[in-house]
Design a protein around this ligand. Structure first.
Ligand SMILES: Nc1ncnc2c1ncn2[C@@H]1O[C@H](COP(=O)(O)OP(=O)(O)OP(=O)(O)O)[C@@H](O)[C@H]1O
Ligand SMILES: [Mg+2]
Length: 253
């Protein structure tokens, strides 16, 4: 079982969109997938047309087994929904004996090919606990002047986790790419100069991506042929289609 965290403490950079899109993509590719919402906003369930709920709270505070709190979302895809009670669960974790081990313990008996953890935009106990449980971190980032700073914050947390003896791989996923805006093109170049092969092909900014959650549909269901999936330009660069190819390579190890 591979565990993957989607992290960036900056808000609105496309974490949840990425988490939902790759989770459904993996499910369609035949991987038994679990998507866990670690954000009290509860947007994971909402984006898939399902009700928010205290799934994570029940998992952590009531110590219910994963098979009781996970709900069916699509073929091969189950989710542990979140809602504002996730905030309460966090307080329980902080005062527990092994706060940073909470998530790996909760997932110990999970039986999936892949588990994806969608984090809130904050650097809290869930952030560290998710990294401790994970094999790989995917860092979505917008392409503005603050972008590299957000990425560096996640890398710093990864270094802290490495000091506790847990090393993990990572990739950076540039989001909201607009090739007509000089700023995003320049920022993408500088990101690639700094982080080289860790930078995956960018996700184009696309109105369809913004619309999909309101219909409770994943991007594969709502707009499979638009640039956010299939990439931009004649070469069809980037998009979540190419994210999936990279991800499947990572999973093959
Ligand atoms: N490629 C894209 N093009 C246009 N809009 C997008 C794109 N990706 C995401 N969005 C929209 O941008 C908003 C923020 O995206 P999302 O919720 O995925 O970010 P987030 O990092 O999870 O936010 P938060 O930090 O609040 O959890 C949403 O309305 C989403 O639909
Ligand atoms: Mg989110």
């Amino acid at each position: 079982m591979t565990i993957l965290t989607i992290a960036n403490q900056k808000g609105g950079v496309g974490k949840t969109t990425t988490a939902v899109t790759i989770a459904h993509g993996l499910a369609v590719a035949g991987r038994r997938t679990l998507l866990v919402d670690l954000d009290p906003q509860g947007h994971v369930a909402f984006s898939l047309g399902l009700p928010k709920g205290p799934g994570f709270y029940r998992l952590i505070v009531d110590e219910e087994p994963i098979e009781k709190v996970a709900i069916h979302a699509r073929g091969n895809l189950e989710i542990v929904p979140g809602d504002k009670r996730t905030e309460k669960a966090k307080r329980t974790i902080v005062i527990s004996n092994f706060p940073t081990e909470t998530i790996s313990r909760a997932l110990k008996h999970a039986r999936y090919d892949v588990v994806i953890l969608d984090l809130a935009p904050s650097l809290d106990v869930l952030h560290v606990s998710a990294l401790m449980a994970s094999d790989w971190v995917l860092i979505p980032t917008k392409l503005d002047a603050m972008a590299v700073d957000g990425v560096n914050e996640v890398l710093r947390s990864m270094a802290e986790v490495a000091e506790r003896g847990h090393r993990l791989g990572y990739s950076i996923l540039p989001t909201f790419f607009d090739r007509t805006t000089r700023e995003t093109v320049v920022q993408l170049q500088s990101l690639v100069e700094t982080f080289r092969d860790h930078v995956w092909p960018p996700i184009p900014q696309d109105t369809k991506a913004r619309e999909a959650p309101a219909y409770g549909k994943s991007l594969w269901e709502y707009c499979p042929n638009s640039p956010v999936i299939s990439g931009f330009g004649e070469e069809r660069t980037g998009g979540y289609g190419s994210t999936m190819s990279r991800l499947l390579e990572v999973l093959r190890g």
